[in-house]
Design a protein around this ligand. Structure first.
Ligand code: WAQ
Ligand code: MG
Length: 260
């Protein structure tokens, strides 16, 4: 589902469902979501429905979820830098990614619609279109995993759609061959949280990665460049259905004490 208001993107959502009845139900709830959006009532709502053969669907697992609490976004970015370099991404690549995201990674200085693809060593940007970027799509949680995850997040007071969707997206991204880590923060002006994700450390939430009121947000996927090229990686991220059938651990945030 994609909803807009006055020609501007308002809300989007997607589901992988097993039966016609569930598709109907999900479409209704997406319709309501678009009409009751906190930023206004959508004046255009598009639905697209694709049949997906079960044998083409990859079965996935949720990343483990943990978090750090920092006092402000400057600390948050230092922490993100540390977590990313811990995964083997070069300092140069991290610095570049942070700078692009902070300044708006699209050519006009706004947020991109999708993600940057960044070489883990050189920090070079590899995505062909710097306004669109890479759009990760076709991922979802089974109903059982969704319910369980929401219960676990509710205990931490974190059961909101930002967290559930970001954890789902990051779980697909990190499952992709060649991707070492992801950095993300929201483009929602009042939502200051973001995360660093990797296969080894899981989804590490950071409560502040930007100042409140800031509209620029985005995502950077750090990729190890292999000779086989990026076409199949991009195809996987954008097209391959990924259904998360196994839950990860969910643990409470700890405060981060800067060591310098
Ligand atoms: N694929 C790739 N990039 C995307 C996608 C996608 N499907 N959707 C959004 N982006 C990019 C785009 O540049 C957006 O501007 C940016 O990511 C942020 O998107 O509390 O809310 O949907 O643990 O605003 C993370 C923290 C919240 C959640 C992320 O992202 C938590 C968030 P948003
Ligand atoms: Mg947003």
């Amino acid at each position: 589902m994609h909803a807009s208001l006055d020609g501007r993107h308002l809300s989007g959502a997607e589901r992988l469902v097993g039966q016609t009845a569930s598709a109907e139900e999900e479409m209704l709830s997406m319709l309501r979501r678009a009409l009751d959006h906190p930023r206004g009532r959508a004046d255009r709502i598009n639905f697209q429905v694709d049949e997906i053969p079960l044998k083409k669907t990859v079965s996935g697992s949720l990343l483990n979820f943990s978090g750090y609490l920092v006092d402000d976004w400057k600390q948050g970015r230092k922490l993100a830098c540390q977590l990313l370099t811990d995964t083997g991404v070069s300092l140069q690549a991290v610095s570049r990614a942070l700078e692009y995201l902070a300044n708006g990674a699209a050519p006009d200085g706004s947020s991109m619609r999708g993600a940057m693809l960044i070489d883990t060593q050189s920090g070079e940007r590899l995505e062909a279109d710097r306004a669109r970027g890479i759009r990760v799509s076709r991922m979802d949680l089974t109903t059982t995993v969704r319910t369980r995850l929401q219960q676990q997040l509710a205990v931490l007071n974190l059961d909101n759609s930002h967290v559930v969707e970001a954890l789902t997206l990051a779980s697909k991204v990190i499952s992709a061959p060649g991707i070492i880590a992801e950095l993300c923060w929201s483009d929602d002006p009042e939502y200051t949280a973001g995360y660093v994700a990797s296969a080894t450390a899981g989804y590490q939430r950071i409560n502040h990665l930007k100042p409140a009121g800031e509209e620029r947000g985005g995502r950077a996927f750090f990729v190890e460049q292999k000779t086989e090229g990026l076409t199949s990686l991009i195809q996987y991220l954008e097209q391959t259905p990924f259904l998360i059938e196994r839950i990860g651990e969910v643990t409470q945030g700890v405060s981060w004490l800067e060591q310098q």
